[in-house]
Design a protein around this ligand. Sequence first.
Ligand SMILES: [Zn+2]
Length: 321
Amino acid sequence: MTDLVCGIDLGGTKLLGLAIDPTADEPVLAHKVPTPSGTDAVVDAMVALGQQLIDEAVDAGHRVVGLGLGAPGLVDRSGTLRYGPNVPGLIDVRFADVLGDRLGVPVVVDNDATCAAWAEHERGAAKGANHSVTVTLGTGIGAGITVKGEILRGANGFAGELGHMVVDPHGPKCPCGRRGCWERFASGSGLGRLAREAVAADPGAPSRMVELAGGDPEGVRGEHVTVAAADGDEQALEVIGQFAWWVALGVANVVNILDSEVVVIGGGLAEAGDLLLDPIRAAYDELVMGGAHRELVPIVQAELGERAGAWGAALLAHARA
Ligand SMILES: [Zn+2]
């Protein structure tokens, strides 16, 4: 019999659940279900997923000693999601209490990107670094910070909302209600917007990105840019260059504040690898304060992929079990 911990990552489109042996390199169980809409339905789906993991673990002769949840938004130290602008309707949800009562195991809740950062710190690309930043480039930008080998949570648990660092006060509106947040420029949706602007600036010209979007210039999204860029398309490579500058601007701001040892870039876009990371590194060198006079900060690809959030949540639950 092994003591397992479960982790669930609450995403905008899917719930990913794992059961892990904290000492092992691969999860024991993994399940994915779509995220329903409405707070009650989300809670019910999480309870069902957690119960399935617990039942299967017990059937296999193990014991589940805790469950961690990664939730998108401001999660306070009591495990309540106070505010999650990117998942409409989720406000003041007492996830830790509700899930703990219904599942009968201790539940810890943290910000989803904080969980992913912890997993990269413990098992992935930031392993061995005391001072790390992990940035997850998805529909928005999530981030987690470690300082002296510990997660930086701040006074209330809200630290690390790098995606909502304002980089242009006159920029596009953000779901958080303000303008010009970093994630409006440097996320997957920001990449799509930059690409549509590039297409609109040169109307009628043949465009591989538009072709990949089924011929609709308004339908161009981030993934069309990375695919076209990987084929060597010049227009797409130019968009990637602009996008990399925005990513690097935020990374440089963060390194100026935290003096991190390593910056890990995760999320779907990071799968583009050096195609994206090389221009980020080049722009970062120009943008960070005193670049020629300070230690090189490696900007590296995340290693744990889409499982990072759930894995980190489980590791945090284990640490507190
Ligand atoms: Zn914002």
